[in-house]
Ligand binder design. Structure first.
Ligand code: TEU
Ligand code: CA
Length: 511
């Protein structure tokens, strides 16, 4: 396994919502450039940039119509070059999101495929004469009829996102060229969107076959100089053994798994049916993934992303103290931490009026359901509200932002927290620094020490360094822990003692 990924801290940017530079209400590349000093002050090593390729935007860029171009809402190719250059000058690498399971229905490949079944693009997509029972993740059949080709094409997501046929050799080569092009531009890694879906077999109604995923990645990467890259796969279907297998083969360095973020869903009933958050299951799931990937594997550590509305809203009633606790826990665990924009200031799921929802998945769901509580908690727009640089939205844009929240005025802004050394923002900054100062926190083994209803204690150990102890109170009640603290390396509260206060979390040396 490659070790150069283990010391990285990754910051995830949702381009539409990070920073607007030309006051059209939409975040853009020059906006991101103008915030690089902030990211450098925070101490992050890599940016994971959500898709900025040319796209009609049915799924906010997860429907690419030209892999080589930048969408005009985000800027130009020259702006991308400048972003890469300016980031590099601050020792920040840029990872691009690559959507390789599907394209936009407006991609030239799809148009050609639709027009000419026997032409060079005829088999680039998945065409059949008859649909079968497979349903798409965004609701309804996964098959849509093309009156032009007089056949059905397969789409895992919206009809505007036709799936590529990974069995087509030339298509595979073209995707490899795309990766090579961006590597040449200076990109340092990729986040592969839904990469487990390339293992589907639509004729046998199977969504996932590991051997196909592995073979697909192997062929793709054999055509690209990927040695120095960070490769992250979004692949909820992989089990621990499969993740380790891909990591050992250098086909992926990390995988996003959604077992933790799905804990507030009723099992088997999809993402919208809420279940009460169980601290016990939360703890057990975390510990189990730490242990399952301990030998020969590596975890990705995240609570939120652009699809996963804020964990503190879903699990902890917006508590800022809980946000601090989760931050210490995240950086205490073994794996690479991902900060989703706004995590570092405790952004919450703010209220969005029904008529303001924009997300294709949410809007599709609302056509057939009135589960507003589910939407309020899990609707993806909640994770996509513009970054709270200042109170109000003027720090993001001088115009009305593309996605409107009923703004709750709060101290949860960058402007506010940068002036307060006891803020969540400073805690994140300290935690990032700590990982660099104490390598044991980065690569040390995870050893479970003590756990009960409220408490989680573990150690990080390494033969070459003193062991570090992490104490976490997961609740809003006091809890005793059995350790004697010798020296505090980082803590959510001043002067921790043998009784942890509500949501108190400590990284320390113990006697
Ligand atoms: O999401 C993958 C995915 O499986 C989603 O359906 C996810 O489960 C859902 O968003 C949870 O609410 C990726 C991208 O992250 C997402 O933004 C895209 O919409 C999707 O792929 C299609 O490209
Ligand atoms: Ca803009």
């Amino acid at each position: 396994m490659k070790t150069h990924i283990q010391n990285k801290i990754i910051y995830h940017i949702y381009p539409k919502s990070f920073q607007d530079s030309n006051d059209d209400g939409i975040g853009d590349l020059n906006g991101i450039r103008s915030r690089l000093d902030y990211l450098s002050w925070l101490g992050v090593d890599l940016i994971w940039l959500g898709p900025v390729y040319r796209s009609p935007g049915f799924d906010n860029g997860y429907d690419i119509s030209d892999y080589y171009d930048i969408d005009p809402i985000f800027g130009t190719r020259a702006d991308m070059t400048s972003l890469l250059k300016d980031a590099k000058a601050r020792q920040i690498g840029v990872m691009m999101d690559i959507v390789a399971n599907h394209t936009s229905h407006t991609h030239e490949w799809f148009k050609a495929s639709e027009l000419d079944p026997s032409g060079p693009y005829g088999e680039y997509y998945i065409w059949r004469d008859k649909p079968n029972a497979m349903n798409s993740f965004f609701g309804g059949s996964a098959w849509t009829y093309s009156p032009i080709r007089k056949q059905y094409y397969f789409h895992s997501f919206a009809p505007e996102q036709p799936d590529l046929n990974w069995g087509q050799e030339q298509m595979g080569k073209e995707l490899a060229d795309v990766l090579s092009y961006w590597v040449k531009q200076g990109v340092k890694g990729f986040r592969f969107d839904v990469i487990d879906l390339i293992g589907k077999n639509v004729d046998t109604l199977e969504w996932f076959c590991f051997d196909k995923v592995k073979a697909g990645l192997k062929t793709l990467l054999s055509r690209v100089d990927s040695s120095g890259l960070v490769l992250v796969g979004e692949a909820g279907a992989l089990n621990a053994g499969q993740i380790i297998e891909l990591q050992q083969a250098s086909l992926l360095d990390m995988v996003f798994n959604f077992e933790v973020t799905a804990l507030d869903e009723q099992t088997g009933r999809g993402k919208w049916e809420l279940a009460p958050f169980s601290r016990r299951r939360f703890k057990d799931t975390l510990i189990s993934w730490q242990e399952r990937l301990q030998d020969g594997g590596w975890n990705s550590l995240f609570w939120n992303n652009h699809d996963q509305p804020r964990a503190i809203s879903r699990w902890y009633a917006d508590s800022l103290e809980a946000a601090a606790m989760l931050a210490v826990l995240q950086f205490g665990l073994r794996g690479t931490p991902f900060i989703y924009q706004g995590d570092e200031i405790g952004m919450t799921n703010e209220l969005i009026q029904l008529e303001d929802y924009k997300d294709i998945e949410t809007l599709n769901y609302l056509k057939t359901s009135d589960n507003l509580e589910g939407v309020r908690m899990k609707g993806r727009d909640h994770a996509r509200i513009p970054m709270a640089w200042t109170s109000g939205s003027s720090g993001f844009s001088k115009s009305e932002p593309w996605l409107r929240a009923v703004k709750i005025e709060s101290g949860r802004t960058v402007e506010n927290q940068q002036q307060d050394k006891s803020s969540l923002l400073f805690l994140y900054r300290q935690l990032i620094g700590l990982r660099k100062t104490y390598p044991v926190l980065m690569k040390g083994r995870f050893c479970m020490m003590e756990t009960n209803e409220r408490l989680l204690c573990f150690r990080r150990t390494d033969p070459t360094e003193r062991a570090v102890t992490v104490l976490v109170n997961l609740t809003d009640q006091e809890v005793e822990h059995p350790f004697e603290i010798e020296r505090i390396l980082c803590a959510t509260h001043e002067q921790p003692s043998s009784v942890l206060r509500p949501y108190e979390a400590v990284i320390c040396y113990t006697f």
